[in-house]
Design a protein around this ligand. Structure first.
Ligand code: GLA
Length: 392
């Protein structure tokens, strides 16, 4: 009897994917349905994304969350319990399927009455919804402000003398879901999506958030991607193990940027210690997409144990240099060329801790460039990047 009880406890514990581990000790990695499938996503799409994470090697490269974004929701029953719509026949079964592949299950809701795509949100049902998520085996919740902005505008109008009325209301509703998730006893990664309104990096960690969006939405264009990526300067001090700045999901593989532009995207995101949530159709990945998303050395920069976000070293016109401190005294450096022609971009190694020079490794070329000292210069194509790791 006792053996049985111990055995069943062991089974219970092993079926909780993140039990005993710190949630988001390194930036979360996985896939999210929105950037490619948007409002058309189905249970079958999500299952095939899970299959593809395994067959492409993405899972083994670290991409473990399978996140269903907006439009899975159906209606509440008379008891207020939330049910999925006809495109998602059984959320618990979907969660079980995802877990059976060694992956984790993510879901999406809004603190407002409605989500951004006008599906049912969690307002007034936070505890009930958190309980349903835990029952379905959810490991990740993206909580998207959306229609709650109208509640904020209302309270603002009602309290014209209180400049913090809207902000306080927003923080309270995010705290409510954070507490509800905690109360389930299941480790559920909590991802705030409110587009950086009122600097969530300053109050997110305290209410249990593991990541928070810092900007409005990305799209699959070089202009939008760099506008977001290069606007992240100065936020490094707010990120660390368990709590990360989120400049939004990846667009690599969605087809509207060049290979050099997608390399810029990936390089910038790993230097930012950003969550890496692929947003492409994993069933149709080109070799170039795979090489970008699964470059082990790029991923290792993002996931480095030191847990420090990178920041801008200097910028000159369309040329930009960013560094990220890594464990073992190493430093990752991104040399970016945002211009429309090939340009030389340089970094002085003595300025980044290598006065006597250091060994340089090119991450995209996957080659050792040997020992270098003084100014390191790289010739970079338009919209391209050279990503290096410098060590003693
Ligand atoms: C907002 C979010 C996006 C996505 C959509 C879904 O725009 O920022 O990431 O979740 O809503 O409707």
């Amino acid at each position: 009897m006792r053996v049985l009880a111990i055995l069943s406890l062991a089974v219970m514990v092993s079926s909780l994917p993140s039990f005993g581990q710190k949630v988001a000790a390194t930036p979360p990695m996985g896939w999210n349905s929105w950037n490619h499938f948007a409002g058309h996503v189905t249970d079958a799409d999500v299952r095939s994304a899970a299959d593809s994470l395994v067959s492409t090697g993405m899972r083994d490269a670290g991409y473990v969350y399978v996140n269903v974004d907006d439009t899975w929701q159906g209606k509440r029953d008379p008891q207020g319990v939330m049910h999925a719509n006809e495109r998602f026949p059984d959320m618990k079964a979907l969660g079980d399927y995802i877990h059976s592949k060694g992956l984790k299950f993510g879901i999406y809701s809004s603190p407002g009455a409605q989500t951004c795509a006008h599906y049912e949100g969690s307002l007034g049902h936070e505890t009930q919804d958190a309980k349903s998520y835990a029952e379905w085996g959810v490991d990740f919740l993206k909580y998207d402000l959306c229609s709650f902005q109208s509640n904020m505008r209302k309270v603002e109008a009602e309290h014209p003398d209180d400049p913090n009325a809207a902000k306080n209301l927003m923080i309270a509703v995010y705290r409510k879901m954070g507490d509800a998730l905690k109360a389930t006893g299941r480790p559920i990664l909590y991802s705030l999506c409110q587009y950086g309104v009122d600097q969530p990096w300053k109050w997110g960690p305290e209410l249990g958030a593991n990541m928070w969006r810092t900007t409005d939405d990305i799209d699959d264009s070089y202009g939008r991607m760099i506008a977001i990526g290069f606007s992240q300067a100065g936020l490094a001090k707010y990120a660390g193990p368990g709590h990360w700045n989120d400049p939004d999901m990846l667009e690599v593989g969605n087809g509207k940027m060049t290979e050099d532009e997608y390399k810029t995207h990936m390089s910038l995101w790993v230097l930012l210690a950003a969550p890496l949530l692929a947003g492409n159709d994993l069933t149709k990945m080109s070799d170039a997409d795979k090489n970008i998303l699964m470059n082990k050395e790029a991923i290792a920069i993002d996931q480095d144990a030191l847990g420090k976000q990178g920041d801008r070293l200097y910028e000159s016109g369309d040329l930009d240099v960013w560094t990220k401190p890594l464990s073992g005294g190493r430093v990752a450096v991104g040399l970016f060329n945002r211009s429309w022609s090939t340009r030389d971009v340089s970094v002085d190694l003595s300025e980044i801790g290598f006065k006597g020079g250091g060994s340089v490794r090119d991450v995209w070329k996957q080659t050792d460039l040997g020992r270098r000292s003084g100014v390191f210069t790289s010739r970079i194509p338009k919209h391209g990047v050279t990503l290096i790791v410098v060590g003693k």
